[in-house]
Design a protein around this ligand. Sequence first.
Ligand code: ZN
Length: 215
Amino acid sequence: MSDTVLREQICNLAKSMFDRGLTGGSTGNISARTSEGGLLVSPTGTSFGRLDPARLSHFDTHGKLVGGDPPTKEMPLHSAFYESRSTAGAVVHLHSCHSVALSMMPDVDPDNFLPPLTPYAIMKLGKVRLLPFFLPGDPAMGDAVRGLAGKRSAVMLANHGPVVAGKDVEAACNAIEELEGTARLALLTRGMNARILTDDQVRDVVERFDVEWDD
Ligand code: ZN
């Protein structure tokens, strides 16, 4: 994919998420690998609803900013995924309402943040790790992601928002939307004794679709 097309795709997908209320104001950030091995990143202080393809932060293969505006303050999160997951072609972070609400619930399993409600969340996200609360922009967030050694494609920052890596921008956006949708289902069905997937059903999904699912 050419850089021009990639720039358009980043801005279009970000706007689509903004328009549907998945992240508001100037929250959320997104990055993607270019065909030359550099990175395009949403600039600091920008809104997902109004990203300018020409002003995305552009890093070369050595991590040097070679064009566009300065990148998001949450760049350490993005770098940590690219450094620890060779398959990462894009990373997206949202301040999405339902997943943040779920992160505040006392009985959530930090190793497997989302309850097994639907097969697609398992297929697209694997197990989502709930990370503790960090101050925004704290490099320790990046260290925490690196500490997962590339075993997780999706993490949830407590009281803040999800971060998801994918093979490309579309895959990363689809996966983070699945995360938010599943968190919403979890809140909607909370305390209602809903029939969640059984351990055997989860195992079948993991095996059939070759999901990364470390035990
Ligand atoms: Zn954030």
